[in-house]
Write a protein that binds this ligand. Structure first.
Ligand SMILES: CC(C)(COP(=O)(O)OP(=O)(O)OC[C@H]1O[C@@H](n2cnc3c(N)ncnc32)[C@H](O)[C@@H]1OP(=O)(O)O)[C@@H](O)C(=O)NCCC(=O)NCCS
Length: 167
């Protein structure tokens, strides 16, 4: 396995893996499936918001993780949301940790002072992964939004990089 920045040729694999996560209904409120073209813009925006892929020994993309804008207001420029998605067959093998740690290292190197996300409270794997990568659980948004008729709670998690905080 190795990790590198996403390239335009990875768009198909990134969309396919994201769609598995969307269809699983345990990772995101999103229900609209993505095409490769939808992911290309995100790959091109990676100078500010890194998008990483993990590849197996056969050079196939098995996972991706990326940052995205938290809020457009200038005061939040140093805060980013993160996402991580592993192909179904790659889950539960400890691959999430090195990928998320690589993304956090990129975030810190680029000057972000905080990376955060919201995680369904029943997504035990994601919560455990975040704990292992140094995130703190801030609290729980109750009934944050509705997914297929069910109101779901989301844990808010954050990881700070204090040395990047402007004084
Ligand atoms: C969530 C995800 C990124 C985790 O990555 P992973 O490589 O599968 O997870 P790991 O094998 O590294 O396991 C991480 C931790 O969760 C635990 N875990 C894994 N699957 C679990 C499960 N189904 N229930 C409870 N704990 C679980 C592991 O024991 C491990 O804990 P540990 O570090 O204390 O040993 C991955 O499963 C995934 O892509 N899921 C679908 C998309 C998704 O949910 N993305 C996150 C959106 S917030």
């Amino acid at each position: 396995m190795y990790i590198r920045m996403a390239e335009p040729k990875d768009a198909d694999a990134i969309a396919r893996i994201y769609n598995q996560g969307i269809e699983g209904r345990s990772a995101t409120f999103e229900t609209t499936l993505r095409a490769a073209d939808d992911m290309r813009g995100r790959i091109e925006a990676a100078e500010r918001y890194p998008l990483l892929v993990m590849l197996d020994d056969a050079d196939q993309v098995v996972a991706w993780a990326g940052l995205s804008s938290y809020r457009p207001r200038a005061c939040y420029d140093g805060v980013a949301d993160f996402s991580i998605y592993l192909e179904r067959s790659a889950r539960g093998r400890g691959l999430g940790r090195p990928l998320l740690n690589a993304l956090l290292a990129e975030a810190e190197a680029r000057g972000f002072w905080k990376v955060l996300s919201r995680i369904f409270t029943f997504n035990e794997a994601s919560l455990a992964l975040c704990r292992a990568c140094g995130f703190r659980q801030v609290g729980v948004y109750e009934k944050h939004a509705c997914l297929e008729g069910q109101w779901l709670d989301c844990a808010i998690v954050e990881r700070l990089f204090p040395s990047n905080q402007p004084t």
